[in-house]
Design a protein around this ligand. Structure first.
Ligand code: SAM
Length: 218
């Protein structure tokens, strides 16, 4: 498993790898997809451990993920669940969804991580309000502002909303870049910071994480 970190040199990276652990089934999943053309989409273990810790800190009963890919971050969040907790993960691509379900069954997680296939906005519309402790947003960037609105409705007061890639590979700082992906990321951060029910911080790890606490209506 040789995943890159941003802004961390090789020596510090080696130290961090030695000082931390990756559960065996997740390490094997990284390895299986190391040569996948979209392998960069797998969340780095530094992010995974953060998600696992925040899942546990937020209660670990119910987690919502938007963007499954091959199940890496879902499996990390499952590490932080209570014994009766679960993850609902949403994936557009039927092949990724099916492959992930097969893998989850193989590693004994099929009962705890449920994959929902289809456009996230369709699935989100049918979910129960305030049912989740934490929502992890990691799908199409143009959809982020709409996902934030859903997340505010679906995460209980006191719960957490996290969004990956808010730096957009640093494209967000180029005013000439008006791609829907980049505009979506800018709009997400503005909305998360200005939202009256959210308290939002940006963690400059990897490609930028936005972490919001849902304080609920005042
Ligand atoms: C960055 S990857 C997710 C990586 C995963 N969360 C992880 O850390 O291992 C983004 C995923 O979102 C999916 N996706 C893109 N648009 C979507 C949509 N409209 N609804 C649901 N999933 C979508 C993609 O097919 C892709 O698998």
């Amino acid at each position: 498993m040789a995943l890159e970190r941003r802004g961390i040199d090789a020596a510090l990276g080696a130290y961090l790898d030695g000082a931390t652990t990756v559960p065996g089934h997740i390490a094997a999943r990284y390895d299986e997809h190391a040569d996948h053309p979209m392998s960069v989409m797998m969340s780095h273990p530094d992010i995974g451990r953060l998600l696992a810790a925040l899942t546990a800190a937020s209660g670990g009963r119910a987690v919502l993920e938007i963007g499954t890919f091959v199940g890496i971050s879902a499996a990390w969040m499952a590490e932080g669940l209570r014994a009766d907790g679960h993850v609902d993960t949403l994936e557009l691509d039927a092949d990724y969804a099916r492959q992930t379900e097969t893998w989850l069954a193989r590693v004994g997680l099929a009962e705890r991580v449920l994959v929902h296939v289809g456009p996230a906005t369709d699935t989100l519309a049918g979910l129960r309000p305030a049912a989740y402790d934490l929502c992890w947003i990691d799908a199409d960037k143009a959809g982020y502002p709409a996902y934030l609105e859903h997340a505010v409705r679906l995460v209980r007061p006191g719960g957490l909303i996290l969004a990956d890639n808010v730096f957009g590979g640093e494209d967000v700082v180029d005013p000439a870049n008006t791609e829907p992906r980049v505009e979506g990321l800018r709009a997400y951060l503005t909305a998360a910071v200005e939202h009256p029910e959210l308290l939002t911080a940006v963690i400059p790890i990897a490609d930028g994480l936005a972490l919001s606490v849902n304080r609920g209506p005042s």
